[in-house]
Design a protein. Structure first.
Length: 148
């Protein structure tokens, strides 16, 4: 692991997103709470939060971090059709939280797939990316908007 002991503690925030594209019928089942496995959105949100907390166990050389905030939001995107997953992670510390935000999004998207695969194996997980990060020596980052 990289030695971060000499770095200053700063507030660090990262935001990430990902998409799960599916058939319109599948999205309707999820929105209506009619999948056999239950509340897809609620379970996926919880899975994303849990994953952010365990990123250091999943990705080699990531530091274990004391996160102060994890938020996972899942929004319906009828134009896809599908769901947009966003995660925001925050801490005051010596290393960034980009991997935690990306892990939260990835696991939430995988959970959506797992819970709805019985009705739609053609779902596509795509567009997982860092949206923004702030804090630390390297400064702020903001991704360009997606082109339609």
């Amino acid at each position: 692991m990289v030695d971060v002991g000499d770095k200053a503690e700063t507030v660090r925030i990262a935001e990430a997103e990902g998409l799960v594209i599916m058939r319109a019928e599948t999205l309707a089942l999820i929105e209506g709470g009619e999948t056999k496995k239950g509340d897809v959105v609620g379970v996926a949100r919880l899975a994303g939060i849990m994953a952010a907390k365990r990123t250091h166990e999943l990705i080699p050389l990531c530091h274990p971090l004391m996160l102060s905030k994890i938020g996972v939001e899942i929004a319906t995107e009828p134009s896809l059709p599908g769901l947009r997953v966003t995660a925001s992670v925050k801490l005051t510390g010596r290393t960034g939280v980009e991997m935690e935000a990306l892990t939260a999004v990835s696991v939430a998207c995988l959970t959506i797939y797992d819970m709805a695969k019985a009705v739609d194996r053609s779902m596509e997980i795509t567009g997982i990316r860092l949206l923004a990060k702030s804090g630390g020596k390297s400064g702020d980052f903001s991704a360009e908007a997606r082109k339609p």
